[in-house]
Design a protein around this ligand. Structure first.
Ligand code: GUN
Ligand code: ZN
Length: 426
């Protein structure tokens, strides 16, 4: 048993529904077998649990592990290509790099870099777009297991309009997905996600095989892209005849265990269906800005009761830090004008933690640091004299400290990361 002592902040109550920041300047969080069994003011907790090992995290801020609901592992090395719209960027930057993952040694190298970089950024749970090549997906799961991350991922599927080497068939997609799921779904903290790339690159036959696989792997997740860019949306309408969401819904792929990335240009009918089915949307603000995809209509999503969380969308997104995504999400709302949602630091913390846990169906396990949750946590302690260090020392409230985290924190400021009470970054 360990008692973690520090300035603890989290958002157990949804701030979009009136919830406030929970903060304790000198908290004790008691962890036994990875689970939080008690918490409160440190002096009282120490009295209730005398003689237990104390992990002193007093310098800095402790928050729940960050949850990235949309990130592409094979795009780690192409972060930073700016100035192109989606379809050009895919053709020129992302897909040539993804084709390299046919080489399993190459994939293993990137997989190791990727999971390390996720942990360094303070991300403890992630829904990860895998690779088009099954051995490369094995490499990701192996690496995630080694580091100890909570990863949901799967084989990325396409059978048209990408590059021939990235195309599969409906049968092969099912067979390879099934085998991957048998190896990894439910193995420790790992789960399988059926992952059609986007309906633009998926025939009805391929989407139908996704439906079968999703049903045949109980508890599997479904993730894809949606409504990101006008040229892409027009092409999907030409191919399928209806709305973007219809192309998935026609195959029964829109439900509680579905997460769709972007949704920048959604219709009201699509938002209604997302809200009614409980499907979640991953908002990827740095990607949406880098590719010029647009300014996310958060207010309309909230009005329709759609669960929204954050995704880094690396490599179109500009890095793995969810602090940066939170900051960019707030900038995007500032620029939306009439229907903007003013995002406070408390909203940003919620979007980066508890909302992500909800989107991934992990809300009973992680997302906040309540009694009963697993201890997935991040300790931000900047080096002395850095801008963040100065900022935190002069923060006049916990809310202001959280604002400074989102404005200034990078992976370099993340001094410790725990999953299930086990330290994965020192
Ligand atoms: N749509 C289909 N594939 C991708 C991708 O790799 N990145 C983004 N941002 N959108 C996509
Ligand atoms: Zn993406």
């Amino acid at each position: 048993m360990s008692v973690f002592r520090g300035h603890v902040v989290d958002t157990p109550d949804d701030p979009f529904a009136g919830g406030a920041l929970r903060s304790e300047a000198d908290a004790g969080v008691v962890v036994s077998d990875g689970v939080i069994i008690d918490r409160g003011e440190f002096a009282e907790v120490a009295r209730r649990h005398p003689g237990e090992q104390v992990v002193d995290l007093r310098d800095g801020v402790v928050l729940p592990g960050l949850v990235d609901t949309h990130v592409h592992y094979p795009q780690l090395r192409v972060i930073g290509a700016l100035g192109m719209p989606l379809l050009d960027w895919l053709e020129r930057c992302a897909l040539p790099e993804e084709a390299r993952f046919a080489d399993v040694a190459y994939a293993q190298g990137v997989a190791g870099e990727f999971v390390r970089a996720l942990a360094d950024a303070g991300t403890t749970s992630a829904l990860v777009f895998g690779s088009h090549f099954a051995p490369a997906v094995d490499a990701l799961f192996e690496a995630a297991q080694d580091v100890g991350l909570r990863v949901t991922s799967g084989l990325v599927l396409s059978d048209r309009l990408l590059r021939p080497e990235l195309h599969t068939s409906a049968q092969r997609a099912y067979d390879e997905g099934r085998q991957l799921a048998e190896r990894w779904h439910g193995a420790g903290r790992l789960r399988y996600a059926v992952t059609p790339r986007f309906s633009l690159s998926c025939s009805d036959d391929l989407l139908a095989s996704c439906t079968t696989l999703h049903a045949d792997v109980p508890g599997s997740w479904l993730t894809s892209h949606i409504n990101e860019n006008p040229a892409e949306i027009a092409k999907v309408r030409e191919l399928f005849g209806g709305s973007y969401l219809d192309s998935y819904d026609a195959h029964g792929l829109v439900g509680k265990r579905s997460v769709f990335a972007h949704n920048v240009h959604a219709t009201d009918a699509e938002l209604e269906l997302l809200g009614a089915t409980g499907a979640a949307v991953s908002h990827c603000p740095t990607s949406n800005c880098a590719l010029g995809s647009g300014l996310f209509a958060l207010e309309r999503h909230l009005r329709h009761g759609v669960t929204v969380a954050l995704g880094s969308d690396v490599g179109a997104g500009t890095g793995l830090s969810l602090f940066k995504e939170g900051l960019q999400a707030s900038f995007v709302q500032r620029l939306r004008g009439a229907d903007s949602v003013p995002l406070t630091p408390v909203h940003l913390l919620y979007l980066a933690t508890a909302a992500g846990a909800r989107a991934l169906g992990l809300q009973d396990q992680v997302g906040d640091l309540s009694i009963g949750r697993r201890f997935d946590a991040v300790w931000v302690r900047p080096a002395q004299g850095t801008q963040l260090d100065v900022g935190l020392r002069h923060a006049d409230s916990s809310e202001s400290a959280v604002a400074k985290l989102f404005a200034l924190a990078t992976s370099a400021d993340v001094a410790g990361v725990w999953v299930d009470g086990q330290r994965i970054k020192s």
